[in-house]
Design a protein around this ligand. Structure first.
Ligand code: LLP
Length: 432
């Protein structure tokens, strides 16, 4: 990623002012390295834009993108709220001492244990996803003699991917209540009868890695079409509208995302028009960026090992990680940029494909990218791996999970230790 391509006088790639070859020696590879100043910059781009527009807002970091105690501490320091989707993510938030009133819980199949944990810790809001959950939460709140603010997750019939969005009458999605077929209204009516649940408003999330504002604007219009009839029928106006996440980032030069304030401006503009049109109060706006907060703030460092050249076909170089630390190329055909970090000034003279070391042909990180000639022992840096890299990593082939380092003020700090082999097999029990 261009923004992180800083090179020192030795021709080494640096991140946050620190030489990547030093980091690789100190912490070994594969290694995730985050530039914390960039995380803060991204967070502030959202928070400050709402403030500048004079709009009450919560910017909830979608912790699924990268959840760790250190990361959530940074999110807390930046006054973000937090989106969690599991007990594990909530547990991490509690370990980070994240203010519970700023935690929102998602999930299309929340368990009793998850809901109980949320209620016990009195989190800020639960995003209701389905009818079963309404029954479960009602019972849990009664048992705990507690109350909960909730949003209703609705599917507005808009599916957005990068430049395209698809409009559908009824959305075929496992998440939320459909607006078009009346299920969202049915959920609303049901919730209105439950005193322990306070319907603060609606939530929708139309997709991920979105580059245009049209899909968001369309979603806002659809929400207000329904809200207008809810106002008429039930005299209800929402206090909160949560428009989800999905703001795109640049992985390669093919990607042309907007500046982060561009998404916020478009959302606020449209909501302004809609509240005037429908004579409603301006709601508090919540958003849930994950990728846009962390995606372009990290690189992954790998050590180059074997090479395989197939004349007339392809040159492969293999590194010491792969789909275990970045499943996205294999799963979504996601593209990344990379350079040899120890030869960062050497012009790309070859076209190489970067393979991981898992026992699977699909374990590829990059296909046919321009690179300087790689030799065993070289250091490869893959850019923009901050979102859905570590968080989706696995122990396939019993590889230990990578380590994660944060850089701030030119200081490196280990924030997730490299897993040991003992840890990889820690749950195994003997059968002898
Ligand atoms: N809010 C909700 C309700 C979501 O479902 C998601 C992502 C987000 C917010 C954050 O979306 P973001 O701002 O990060 O795009 N593993 C995939 C992405 C899955 C996203 C799932 N939901 C990937 O690696 O591209």
């Amino acid at each position: 990623m261009q923004e992180l391509k800083d090179i020192d006088i030795q021709g080494h790639l640096t991140i946050g002012g620190v030489d990547t070859t030093y980091l690789a020696k100190k912490y070994e590879t594969p290694l995730f390295v985050y530039d914390v100043e960039k995380i803060r910059e991204n967070a502030r781009a959202f928070v400050d834009t709402f403030a500048r527009l004079g709009v009450n807002a919560q910017v909830a970091y979608a912790s699924k993108a990268f959840s760790s105690i250190a990361m959530l501490q940074v999110a807390k320091q930046e006054n973000l709220s937090l989106d969690v989707v599991s007990q594990g993510e909530l547990y991490t938030a509690l370990q980070a001492d994240f203010p519970t009133e700023k935690i929102h819980m998602h999930g299309n199949n929340k368990s009793v244990a998850e809901l109980e944990m949320a209620v016990k810790h009195d989190i800020g809001c639960i995003v209701i996803d389905n009818f079963h959950e309404i029954d479960l939460l009602k019972e849990i709140l009664a048992n705990y003699q507690s109350e909960m603010d909730v949003l209703i997750r609705v599917t507005p019939g808009i599916e957005a991917h990068t430049h395209d969005y698809i409009l559908t009458g009824n959305e075929d999605s496992k998440f939320g209540f459909d607006l078009a077929n009346g299920q969202a209204e049915e959920a609303f009516r049901k919730l209105q009868e439950i005193d322990s649940m306070h319907v603060k408003g609606l939530h929708c999330h139309i997709g991920s890695q979105i580059f245009e504002t049209d899909g968001f604007v369309m979603a806002v219009r659809r929400l207000f079409d329904s809200l207008a009839s809810w106002k008429k029928n039930y005299d209800y106006t929402p206090e909160v509208l949560n428009l989800g996440g999905g703001f795109g980032i640049r992985y390669t030069d093919e990607d042309e995302p907007l500046q982060l304030d561009g998404y916020v401006n478009a959302l606020v503009d449209e909501i302004k028009q809609q509240v005037v049109k429908h004579d409603m109060d301006f709601p508090e706006i919540w958003i849930e960026p994950g990728r846009a907060i962390v995606g372009n703030t990290a690189i992954t460092l790998y050590t180059v090992g074997s090479k395989k050249q197939i004349p007339g076909v392809r040159d492969y170089i293999a590194v010491d990680g792969g789909m275990t630390d970045n499943i996205r190329p294999a799963l979504y055909q996601a593209k990344y940029d990379a350079i040899l970090a120890n030869k960062a000034n050497v012009p790309a003279s070859t076209t190489a494909s970067v393979a991981g070391k898992c026992c699977e042909s699909g374990d590829m990180l990059l296909w046919d990218v321009p690179l300087a000639n790689a030799e065993p022992g070289d250091l490869l840096a893959v850019f923009s791996t901050g979102a859905y890299g570590y968080s989706m990593s696995s122990n396939y082939n019993r590889f230990p999970k990578a380590a994660v380092v944060f850089i701030e003020n030119k200081q490196d700090k280990l924030v997730i230790q490299r897993e040991t082999y003992q840890e990889v097999s820690k749950n195994d029990l003997s059968y002898e």
